[in-house]
Ligand binder design. Structure first.
Ligand SMILES: *Cc1c(COP(=O)(O)O)cnc(C)c1O
Length: 643
């Protein structure tokens, strides 16, 4: 059977959907674009026959393996068993339930479709799907090499591939070279970005406590009698090692610094008291600096770690809607003046609201300057859960398709930071659950090692368990990423190409929305997320927001289902530098002082086929038209006439 026989590519479209005058054939596609078509099942399951073969192959190979490992053990389930009425009854029951289940999933969100431009997920790639399915069959638990012989090795290789994409292996930057300057990235897969962010926090805290312990010791011994708590907390590995040249650098700390073992184990209130005495100043715990656009996992994190929500010090956003460097510097000074160590500075690569990139390069430059001038070595974490995969496309010099220069600089600087969160289950086109945490230096990854007698410090990462917040972990997310890295490639020609296409598709959507007669107001976009609202000059903010809500009713999960978008709200205070000039420009009447946010519809333009020229449907125009009709309908109902 040919693929075409089972894929209803000629199914009728909605009568009013804009069709292309003459949909070009595959001949019009560049070979490199055709290559991308081999990575996905396709919007109409065009590659179904091939995928079926691969799934069969995976299953057959698994069955053969099962039968060959202990071939002489005899069979537990006989032909007679299978024909017994008990067995047959159970089988019928199972199959009935399965039919019900299949029917229930028919109402699932059609995330695979280019019409889905809502949240940060879309199609999954075939290599990722197959890696995932194969791993489900073997079901390895990556908590330990004992429960996952192959899975833990594949995980380490997948982490290496991600670390290479992020640039952790090609940093020649001398300012970052210390005793640990050698590239030795280390990490693991998590259930997602949230846990990966927590992984960063626990490690930064352990490093801080180790630094403090050694600093306290240096004060006590008289080596550095005047060392302050803040100086100790940001000691840096070079000084840390220099203070105890006799201590082997990677042996467990508890043996070298009796205090260090104690600090990590201590009750936080007793810890505060002890440090207060040691440094002759009150200890109020560390602070974490992150932009106002932070993902809410950071709020969960400070709560979980018992730091208190107060410990989350927001940094203002610039006119670009990204971390404001001047305010960051001010916050760092405030923390130092208040005697509060900085647990970490978090930059975001691909904000949840607008897909914007913080100036990671400028943040690292600032931290490097402070390290040189003040000796404060501050942990820099990049929350690249969404945007990290754009690192694969950063070297592109294809005109008109690349990211902006500041975004490229930000992406290239990721290789200089301490640690990174990535979500392969977002722009990696990998099935859930697949997040990753990676530290640039193994030493910082191992900072919070839980001492266990069976722990092995080998390069094979045999026992991840003691290092990870999660206990039992499927290898599926890691293997799915491994196979995508091997096939699609985490580089310019693979992922880079897919992501560049999504950027072009976003630009086309912007153009289509801009051509509408309605006053569509788009927020500046720097990646493949696009936020917009609709507002005529003179309208109030609350009217604009109510219109966004009304449109969301049409295009949200409860809508008619011909397109799916998501929505978000931008705080006027947090996003003030970006929003106030825009609102003035749009002529928004500021007569409703109670409205504290702008509600925008958010489009995640990440489907690899959103811009496929062969499809009959021109998605950018079709969506723009559907939006226009929805706005007309609202006006007819007497709502929001202005637009
Ligand atoms: C999605 C996201 C997270 C959280 O990731 P999960 O996989 O949903 O846990 C954290 N930070 C940013 C910037 C994100 O986009």
């Amino acid at each position: 059977m040919s693929a075409d026989a089972i894929s209803p590519t000629d199914a009728p479209l909605r009568p009013d959907a804009p069709l292309r005058p003459d949909a070009p054939g595959a001949d019009d596609c560049a070979p490199s674009d055709i290559a991308l078509k081999s990575f996905f099942l396709g919007p109409q399951a065009e590659n179904a026959e091939w995928l079926r073969q691969i799934i069969n192959q995976v299953f057959e190979s698994y069955v053969r393996w099962r039968r060959e490992v202990y071939p002489d053990d005899g069979r537990a389930i006989s032909q007679n068993d299978r024909q017994s009425s008990e067995f047959q009854g159970r089988r019928r029951h199972f199959e009935r339930e399965l039919l019900d289940l299949l029917a229930r999933f028919e109402s699932e969100v059609p995330k695979y479709s280019p019409r889905y431009i809502g949240h940060m997920f879309s199609e999954t790639s075939m290599p990722a799907m197959i890696g995932h399915v194969l791993t489900l069959l073997h079901n390895p638990n990556n908590i330990s090499g004992e429960s996952s012989r192959v899975g833990v090795k594949l995980e380490a290789e997948a982490i290496e591939a991600l670390a290479t994409m992020l640039g952790f292996f090609n940093q020649g930057d001398q300012t970052r070279q210390n005793s640990q300057g050698k590239a030795s990235p280390r990490g693991h897969f998590t259930s997602g970005g949230t846990i990966a962010n927590f992984e960063a926090m626990t490690r930064a805290r352990s490093r801080m406590l180790r630094f403090i312990a050694r600093g306290a010791q240096a004060r006590e011994r008289g080596t550095l009698p005047a060392l302050s708590l803040v100086e100790a907390a940001h000691l840096g590995w070079a000084r840390y090692d220099a203070l105890r040249p006799d201590a082997p650098s990677d042996s467990p700390d508890a043996e070298n610094d009796p205090l260090s073992g104690d600090l990590q184990a201590m009750n936080p209130f007793a810890l505060a008291e002890l440090l207060g005495q040691h440094f002759a100043q009150p200890y109020r715990g560390p602070v974490l600096l992150v932009g106002e656009h932070k993902h809410y996992s950071w709020v969960k994190g400070v709560e979980l770690l018992g730091l208190g929500k107060e410990a989350l010090w927001p940094v203002r956003l610039s006119a670009e809607g990204t971390l404001c460097i001047e305010h960051l510097e001010q916050r760092l000074n405030e923390a130092a003046a208040a005697g509060r160590p900085v647990l970490m500075v978090v930059s975001v690569a691909g904000t949840t609201e607008l897909g914007a990139f913080d100036p990671i390069d400028a943040v690292q430059d600032l931290l490097d300057r402070r390290a040189a001038a003040l000796g404060h070595h501050i942990w820099h974490h990049v929350d690249a859960a969404y945007g990290g995969f754009f690192a694969a496309s950063v070297d592109s010099n294809e005109a008109g398709s690349a990211l902006s220069e500041p975004v490229c600089h930000a992406l290239k600087a990721i290789g200089r930071v301490n640690s990174v969160t990535l979500d392969p289950h977002k722009l990696g086109y990998v099935p859930y659950a697949s997040g990753a945490f990676i530290a640039r230096q193994a030493r910082e990854y191992l900072a919070h090692r839980i001492d266990a007698p069976y722990l092995v410090f080998d390069e094979e990462a045999r026992d991840p368990g003691p290092q990870t917040l999660e206990g039992s972990r499927s290898a599926a997310g890691a293997v799915a990423t491994w196979l995508t890295a091997r096939t699609i490639g985490l580089n310019n020609q693979g992922y880079g190409r897919i992501l560049r296409r999504t950027l072009q598709a976003r630009q086309r959507l912007e153009a289509a929305l801009g051509e509408l007669a309605h006053p569509v107001r788009m927020l500046p976009a720097s990646s493949n997320l696009l936020g917009f609202c609709v507002g005529a000059p003179g309208e109030s903010l609350s009217t604009i927001n109510a219109r966004s809500e009304a449109l969301y009713t049409r295009f949200g999960p409860q809508g008619a289902g011909d397109f799916f978008v998501s929505k978000t709200s931008l705080g006027l205070e947090a996003y003030g530098a970006l929003l106030h000039p825009l609102l003035t420009d749009w002529g928004v009447a500021r007569d409703d002082a109670d409205t504290t946010h702008l509600t925008v519809l958010r489009l995640s333009v990440m489907n690899p086929f959103i811009d496929a020229r062969e499809m009959k449907l021109d998605l950018s125009r079709a969506f723009a038209q559907a939006l226009s009709e929805a706005l007309d309908a609202l006006a007819k109902e007497g709502m929001f006439k202005g637009a």
